[in-house]
Design a protein. Structure first.
Length: 135
């Protein structure tokens, strides 16, 4: 029982960690997009010279490379998140199955105990009725 609960908690933690990694990469991609937009707007600003233009081009190129790197990392992180989700679902189903089996066994135990109690009470009642009839 404890092993299944531990496996469920471990799978839940792994899923949370994978989802967090995806969220971080997503935020980094959004930041990259806003920086790219700002760099594109400032590329042809008034008062700029050729050196500024080249620097701006290199900066945009670096941002593009960063975006490509982040997209690849996000794809890998999403694959890991999906694996973690599937592991969580498997552990959750196993835990739920064990819980249902345990509940069924408990219901059967109490049903059997109630039947035994009823038999004992019937025997007592039958014995009392026989004694009253004999007197």
């Amino acid at each position: 029982r404890e092993v299944r609960e531990y496996a469920l908690e471990a799978a839940k933690a792994q899923l949370a960690q994978a989802a967090g990694a995806c969220a971080i990469l997503d935020l980094q991609l959004k930041e990259n997009a806003s920086l790219s937009l700002e760099a594109s707007r400032n590329r042809f600003r008034a008062g700029g010279n050729a050196s500024d233009f080249r620097s701006s081009e290199r900066y945009v190129l670096r941002l593009t490379q960063d975006r490509d790197r982040l997209l690849k990392a996000l794809a890998l992180a999403e694959a890991k998140r999906e694996e973690a989700r599937l592991e969580y679902v498997r552990a959750s189903q196993a835990h739920e199955l064990i819980q249902k089996l345990k509940e069924r066994a408990q219901r059967e135990y109490y049903h059997h105990a109630l039947q035994e109690e009823t038999k004992v009470l019937d025997d007592i009642a039958a014995g009392t009725a026989a004694r009253l009839a004999n007197t």
